[in-house]
Design a binder for this molecule. Structure first.
Ligand SMILES: [Zn+2]
Length: 433
């Protein structure tokens, strides 16, 4: 009898352990650091950028960087599979995108489960995800790459991110959020690189059996929250308990908590370091609770994430990534920035009053005229021209109402003309023939 009780106890412990969320981000970072100590300077730089951006804002409310505009993140999913079951369907991938967009905009239907005292802090991050529509060469894509591997599983050591190691190389991590979906060793569900790490391994990794929703994902991690959590790390968030007993996540509106929560605690769950009787915010995406029990990011977490996109900061380049726009895809590769010849700009006074941005002739073989008249503000405006993968290929000033740019040496294809004035941006497409 005693032996049976003991066995039952053991089974129970094993069951609980198997049901716990396992995020390997912390272990991954420590391993990376021990093999390459210089990596810390990049992480510190990203942390310093976030801190400085948040500090520069006049108030907690004023901290929404980039004027709260929607940030679009083109995502590429690298499915690295050995067995057929690991080669997840497009539908499963798309179900994950739905979850990400719901969770990051606070439009997840289970937000009704957020306790009232915390729901006031729940945030629409104004960060949106799309499957990339344009690949790094400017070609049309669905944003999903499938690659067979002879490896039966991967450990959190980046093998899946390298073609040479049986994985698939990253797309330009300044323009794309790379997500690798593969079979992870042990019980690891996923991990993320930290902002400021090496560019070729920047991104998140999710085990194929907890990616997306539907029949093929395992309960209680079948609501796509592993990716929500890991992308939170990629966007600079720490675990809500700060990875230390009563630690800090550097976010001021998440309550201090003693340790992580798992399973599905009842509210309130008060610990030794709870600031008040509301206790832990165990329903936060950055805790370790089950998918069905987490449902919010806070305003403070939103500010921390968005700070990475502020001017001069690490992920600012994403604001110039146009890979969510399928109309920009084309057949041939575009030149890289360094190969674009210098072009001259001449400005002329244009007597005709016209509103908005005009770009003509379109298409053009050489000269393109750019007109923008703002009757309220006559200050100089910046003109930029980007290729379809968001590389800036031209910069100039619109000091009068009209500028002419000679595109004769540009490769044929689609470009985006952007006028920037203060925080406002106007864009127009131009086709070079
Ligand atoms: Zn984590």
């Amino acid at each position: 009898m005693k032996a049976l009780v003991g066995l039952l106890f053991l089974l129970q412990v094993v069951t609980v352990a198997n049901a716990q969320r396992v995020c390997a981000s912390e272990i991954y970072s420590q391993k990376l650091l021990s093999s390459n100590p210089s990596i810390k300077s990049g992480w510190n730089k990203a942390d310093a950028q976030i801190s400085a951006t948040l500090k520069a804002a006049s108030s907690f409310v004023a901290r929404d960087t980039t004027t709260n505009e929607t940030i679009y993140l083109p995502v590429v999913i690298h499915i690295v599979y050995n067995k057929t079951i690991e080669n997840i369907t497009d539908a499963q991938v798309k179900s994950q995108l739905v979850v990400l967009n719901d969770d990051y905009s606070n439009s997840n239907i289970d937000k009704i489960n957020t306790p009232a005292v915390f729901s006031l802090l729940a945030a629409d991050t104004k960060i949106k995800f799309c499957l990339a529509q344009v690949d790094p060469q400017g070609r049309k894509t669905g944003g999903i790459v499938r690659k067979y591997t002879t490896k039966e599983y991967f450990s959190p050591e980046d093998g899946m991110k390298s073609s040479a190691q049986g994985g698939d190389d990253a797309w330009d991590s300044k323009r794309y959020l790379n997500i690798w979906v593969c079979n992870m060793s042990g019980r690891t569900m996923g991990y993320s690189s930290l902002p400021g790490g090496p560019a070729n391994v920047d991104g998140v990794v999710i085990s194929y059996d907890v990616f997306g929703t539907g029949e093929n994902v395992r309960s209680p991690f079948n609501k796509g929250r592993t990716a929500t959590h890991e992308i939170g790390h990629w966007l600079g968030l720490k675990h809500i308990w700060g990875d230390a007993i009563c630690g800090t996540d550097l976010v001021e509106d998440t309550p201090t908590q003693q340790y992580y929560n798992y399973g599905c605690p009842a509210f309130p769950h008060v610990s030794n370091c709870s600031p008040n009787t509301n206790g832990d915010m165990f329903m936060n995406f950055m805790d370790f609770t089950n998918d069905g029990c987490m449902n919010m990011f806070t305003i403070g977490q939103k500010q921390r994430m968005r700070a990475l996109f502020a001017k001069g900061n690490l992920r600012n380049s994403f604001l110039l990534s146009f890979a969510c726009d399928s109309t920009l895809a084309q057949g041939s590769a575009l030149p890289i920035e360094d190969t674009i010849p210098v072009v001259t700009v001449t400005t002329t006074i244009h007597a005709k009053q016209s509103a908005g941005l005009k770009v003509y002739p379109n298409p053009t073989q050489s000269i393109v005229n750019i007109e923008y008249i703002n009757t309220i503000n006559s200050s100089p405006k910046t003109i930029s021209i980007f290729n379809v993968v968001g590389t800036r290929v031209y910069t100039g000033q619109l000091t009068k109402e009209k500028a002419s740019v000679n595109m004769v040496n540009f490769a044929k294809g689609i470009y985006i003309v952007q006028i920037e004035e203060g925080g406002n941006k106007l864009t127009s497409k131009i086709i070079k023939q």
